[in-house]
Design a protein around this ligand. Sequence first.
Ligand code: CA
Length: 403
Amino acid sequence: MDPLEILTDLENVVPFFQPIFSADEHRVIGYEVLGRYVSKNAVYSLGPFFQDDQIPDEYKFEVDQLLLKQSLEKALELDEDVYIFLNRTADILMYENGETFLNELLSYEKKGMKLGRIVIEISEQNYKGDLDQFDHLLQYYRTYGIKIAIAKIDSNSNFFDRIGQLEPDILKINLQILKSSINGVAFNDVLYSLSLLARKIGAALLFENIEQDYQLQFAWKNGGRYFQGYFLSEPNADFIHRNFMKEKLKEKFHEFISYEKKKLGLFYEKAEFFQLKVQELVLKNKKTSYEELFQSLMKEMDQIAFRLYVCDEDGFQKSPNFFKGENGWLIQNEYVHKNWSWRPYFLENIIKMRNERKGILSDLYSDIETGETTRTFSYPINDNDFLFMDLSYQYLFEHDELL
Ligand code: CA
């Protein structure tokens, strides 16, 4: 589409609205405004126009303002708790120090559009201006109740920095982009970290570009509070009924919940299996030395575990490692007296095991030495000694409730 054609034919520039649904109510909670150009009965996205570096900010700003007016005018007919998501690059927001944009918003506030309903989706793509000034502007907007969403992930390190600095209200995650920018194995872990970070800073996760069933499930499972994408609803010139997807979402969630509950049930059964098995071996070897306990563990857990050791309550290792290499079990004495209290959840788990007198099957993580995905079953032998048993990937693979 020729930019000049668009600029000389502004009456055919119109906003489209893509609904955003919530996980807690299963109904429409907002719309993202997307620019469209209508020509000869075809509808074109204005995305390429806004991304074109050759087009001066002045023109982009003009088109943006036009879309803003049209969409806010139309949004006056919405319920008063429906959010309006506006895409803005840092350059365009900083244009005229952001004043014209804010004044337009304020004029609609007088007509009944509360500014707390406005969410600005920021993209800092290629922004070369002063970041401090930009952040200052955003803080100023926030004093009016305007919300901030971060959407673009250009480089991951920068993304995490900016999340920390801006503390956005919403993190918008594009599953397609994220997946292509991070290698497959780390993808789930990065997403998991994002969901933890979002929780810590009180930001909601919005997953966009949901196009298939499994992506919705993925978003739900990873703490997504808001969903958007063709699977739910495409962008339209008009608003849709708020309960448009309510039944379908309820049905889908029911499937996701059942599946997850079943998986968790099997996981707890597995944890119980380890509890009983280890308890039995510990009791059997109660009167003897740990040497004999390890002998029977190596025998019984030969196809299950690849590392065994005992620590005291402060995390100092009291035994060597019993490690299963390619040629069978071997003893690694160099691990005696090492301290593991610095590892995440270590002390929490010690206290939990001691209080509940029960073992714990850990979450999935990568072993720092072998690099393989593992879980650890830890078990309180008595008030001072705790057994740790790292499970082999092969075993996890064969029991997929553990993966
Ligand atoms: Ca967007």
